[in-house]
Design a protein around this ligand. Sequence first.
Ligand code: ASP
Length: 338
Amino acid sequence: MKRMISLAGIVGMLLCGVVTAAEDRPLAIAIHGGAGTIEKSKMTAEREKAYRAKLEEALAKGYAILEAGGTSLAAVTTAINVLEDSPLFNAGRGAVYTYDGTHELDASIMDGRTRQAGAVAGVSRIANPIDLAQMVMEKSPFVMLAGEGAEEFARAQGMAMVENSVFDTEHRRRQLDEAKQKLDRKGGDQASVNALPVPYRMGTVGAVALDREGNIAAGTSTGGMTAKRYGRIGDSPVIGAGTFADNDSCAVSATGHGEYFIRFSVAADICARVQYQGKTVREAAETVINDVLKPVGGTGGVIVLDAQGNVALVFNTAGMYRGSRTSSQPASVAIFGE
Ligand code: ASP
């Protein structure tokens, strides 16, 4: 009997220890809603308030998942869904227009625990592309599906299709008209879309999170760049460029001029520096964004976190819609540069 009690006591003590330890483990989430020429002088108080409120909502809903013991993947998709459903951001509802006046969306997600990943590129009938990216990761043997093939897969999985016009918004249409005028003045070459000012390629959304199990994840969703050529794919659905997650290094979601982020493998490079050079997430992100990308003309930013809950929000543009919350730091959102 005595022996049984002491065993039960030991088991109880151990269980308590485990429970307490789980509660003590850090939680973290960071989000972004695009980087670019975001200047206070050019934004109305009302618009700023609307952006802040949406970022706060995404952060709160994502963090609530983590607090309830949910996975970092679920926190990432929940936060991204909030931003995709808002016309303020260039993802889902507020997606920019292609040169031809349609919308083509890209998204990707990565699980830092397993390094499983899923991505969709150039989809035009999916309301929440991040959900389809997750479906590709979890329900197919592939990492990336594009265009009609991705939509066929979505349909087969029972996902609802929407009309492409669901993504139409007044302000994005105006941006397309302006962009086309600028391009026409430059000779009308769609390829010179790269020469467009940064505001025409802004508003991508992303999230990174750390859950109670110590697993990290990253996701990114975008409408791409205004007036992009039919079929152009940016960095957002490219694992290692716009999105990356590995528990042993870090989770990254990027926003910016996609061609540069692909060419410089931005997300994977940041995590490689953390893993092999022992850099902090901030050091690694600052090096890649400011010392590697900036000198070659690559504009944009990243949100990064590691499995210890360290978070860095780094950009080389005037501003980046962003926010973070961790178990040791209250929620904070910001838009402009420091
Ligand atoms: N990176 C996105 C793309 O190139 C655009 C953005 O982040 O604003 O498609």
